[in-house]
Design a protein around this ligand. Structure first.
Ligand SMILES: [Zn+2]
Ligand SMILES: [Zn+2]
Length: 208
């Protein structure tokens, strides 16, 4: 089942232009089975999400995207409301204690000077990035970063043997599905999603 794990909607994420109703329509149109709402430090109300999903015949899961002192982290199965900026180690500890799952979002965004030619040499350095020592997985394909930045994330995930996920990070409708995570099994609940993320039984695809 094809899930876009990383989507922002307006107004919960002020930086997004996507209206939740349009998002659902577009998701169905491009062949997504569902998506995760990962606003910036805002968690959707369970009942609201359940209603939207049921009325529209699409899977909608709740996640969260936290800004930590060491970079952005997507969380699933974690329902604490944290508004202040904490460290990645504290966040990941809390997520793990709650039985959740954490993913380093676009870990090499902005590392544009990091060329392919130097990749071999720099891979060791890249792998030492602090955020990667605490998360459960790395977002190796993100729709808002350069190909090179995704390639570095990909190489580092392989090197550190971390799970690898993908998401569009859509802030505009036409970005939805640029990268999706394809799960082997049917996911019904948020617990199913967390179990599947932990299992590693998924691959990556693009719908654009
Ligand atoms: Zn982010
Ligand atoms: Zn994001």
């Amino acid at each position: 089942m094809r899930i876009d794990l990383h989507v922002h909607t307006w107004p919960k994420s002020q930086c997004s232009k996507i209206n939740p109703k349009d998002l659902i329509r577009e998701a169905l149109r491009i062949g997504l089975d569902g998506f995760c709402l990962t606003e910036h430090q805002v968690l959707w109300d369970m009942e609201e999400v359940r209603k939207l999903a049921e009325e529209n015949g699409v899977r909608i899961f709740r996640g969260n995207e936290f800004t930590t002192a060491q970079g952005d982290v997507l969380t699933f199965g974690f329902y604490e409301d944290i508004k202040e900026i904490i460290t990645v180690s504290e966040l990941c500890e809390r997520v793990r204690a709650a039985g959740g799952f954490s993913i380093a979002a676009h870990p090499f965004r902005g590392f544009k000077t990091f060329g392919f030619g130097q990749l071999e040499m720099s891979l060791d350095q890249a792998g030492k990035k602090k955020i990667l020592q605490f998360v459960d997985a790395v977002e190796i394909r993100n729709g808002r970063v350069t190909e090179n930045e995704n390639e570095v994330a990909c190489a580092v995930a392989r090197k550190l043997e971390l799970r690898a996920t993908a998401g569009s990070d859509a802030h505009e409708l036409d970005a939805l599905g640029t990268w999706v995570t394809v799960f082997d099994e049917e996911l019904e609940t948020e617990d199913d999603l967390v179990d599947a993320l932990k299992s590693g039984r998924y691959s990556i695809e693009t719908l654009r």
